[in-house]
Design a protein around this ligand. Sequence first.
Ligand code: CDP
Ligand code: MG
Length: 715
Amino acid sequence: MSQGGPRTSNESHHKLNGKPLIDNHIGNTFSRKQKIAQHRKSLPIASVEKRLVDEVRNNDTLIVVGETGSGKTTQLPQFLFNSGFCRDGKIIGITQPRRVAAVTVAKRVAEECGVELGQRVGYSIRFEDRTCSSTRIKYMTDGLLLREALVDPYLSRYSVIIVDEAHERTVHTDVLLGLLKKVQKARSKSFSVCLGVETKKPNNATLLNKDNDVFLKQCQGRKFPPLKLIIMSASLDARGFSEYFGGGRAVHVQGRQFPVDIFYTHHAEPDYLDAALITILQVHLEEGPGDILVFLTGQEEIESVERLIKERLQLLPEGSRKLLTVPIFSALPSEKQMRVFTPAPAGFRKVILATNIAETSVTIPGIKFVIDPGFVKARSYDPVKGMESLIIVPTSKAQALQRSGRAGREGPGKCFRLYPESEFEKLEDSTKPEIKRCNLSNVILQLKALGFDDILGFDFMEKPSRASIVKSLEQLFLLGALTDECKLSDPVGRQMAQLPLDPVYSRALILASQFNCLEEMLITVAMLSVESIFYAPREKLEEARTAMKCFSSPEGDHVTLVNVYRASNELLEKRVMGLTKEKNEKILSKWCKENFVNSRSLRHARDVHSQIRGNVEQMGLRVASCGDDMLQFRRCLAASFFLNAALKQPEGTYRALASGQVVQVHPSSVLFRSKPECIVFNELVQTNHKYVRNITRIDYLWLSELAPQYYCAQN
Ligand code: CDP
Ligand code: MG
């Protein structure tokens, strides 16, 4: 009866209707525990535990480099915890560039430690906190730690901070590295001063002369224990990090890598999704056992390949259909994300369709075949036009190598690159750090709020271009976050920095309290902060369109989103009396299904809404509703999103006023057909056309009235 695990006294023979009363749960848990312990011991990092702990003790900054899957992320924090780095209630913080990694790894580590998630081991990501006062190992996104610094500038709760996946060089990682360098310096100085080690001038005047900035000044007279900093990277080149940290010590964790055969196509593939589909089926039908990992660029591609695989499988003989598709992308609910770690049922092959999450941040066991079309979705910023967009670009050589490496973790593997070998040679060696290709308003606002006024002089590992810093400063100024002297304005700038949102959305909330439509704006911002609210399966496109019509407003997509949210509210208010939470959830899910609303996105939006509502109430903003006066709400949208206004051109396209770009209304917009004269939009999507999404109809004359700082100065 027990499957493999030793029989325990609890595992009795009582049965109810033929089923064991306690089933195999205990037996399975027991064997799972043993399996996990064994797995931990077998990881390459396990053999260097003592050495690593000593290195951390002896060095304030350490760079740990090791192949993906060697156990850095899951094991090192546990080693440090067990070696007393959390004494006095201090926390070990581990930052991840991706939410998915923070969540899945925290779950895994909680299980390895045999504790409940959210207790000793937890995670914290934007809009979701699974930690408590007894949390000691905390996984979080790099952006979240930056936010924490706003309330605790010396990160005083942490004894160790591990910046994981540093090779990814996200904009938040780069800013965090600069901040941590300062925090570490400030904390070690405050400590030596309070210990009386600073012999020359114990009143620490020298420190202030050397580092004459607000940040260090704030630290004067306070004492903090020193901060240990660990930078972890999967890229074997630690030089850049080491130099940045003044010759920081680097250690290499030896990985285990089996040979991977690389295959290229003869010709460039005109349709890489189709090529991926064919390769998946070919591998499935012709190769021996082993799971397949396919790298796609985003949720839409993943869902469409998933559907195509299912369709094609139906055409195969019964015996060849044992292929299980498992998607993983950031917007997937976390229970579903964990499915990638579950082995396929006996006789089945698993095909994992992943974004580049699976490149280094999440290691999935059992992979023997990698299919790499060679593309990735990346942020791109044009500082002249002040426009940021997501575009699909070829990977770098380093990324291609990381991807193929995933096939050789447990044995020899194969990687199919869906492009000719000559193309590989043309790829960039490594990916350009994100800080060089994104809008910086958000991080600049945070740095300003932390007291770093001289952004051009900030000690970045790699400086963003002067043009993009200046453009972002200009945007912040236009939004009212900065004064004429480029200082953080009070209260607007300060309030904007406190909200966990893009500066444009923070500004919209603040303005809405003046326009008496903060209720509507809170809903709008919450709905815009989640993945798409509507979903339209191909086979039911017409039905979905009809359903959407009940909500759609001739004013535009923002009012439409408010309508959906309100309809869901009414439904719950009507039903809530006397019903359990589960029952309500069910009713909501059913309603969503009938109305082609993505229930996961709507629930997420409801959570985000309640959090940001809490934030604005705390700030003392007045939450009022404009009722049916949508004119007021549209004026507020115009005043908030004036940088994204566009005018209709004679041929039916639009010209964005700030950037001069010619754009089109996205077919998913409720204004796709009516095409009003003047609009504001939230998002620019670039495929073969430039599309704008989330649009509202406005009056052109409002722009100079509501945003004179921009539109009057221009004319
Ligand atoms: O950080 P690094 O890439 O060095 O490795 P890791 O993420 O610590 O993963 C170590 C091992 O734990 C790998 O074999 C993963 O497959 C496994 N793991 C897992 O089984 N489930 C997770 N949620 C995370 C990791
Ligand atoms: Mg890792």
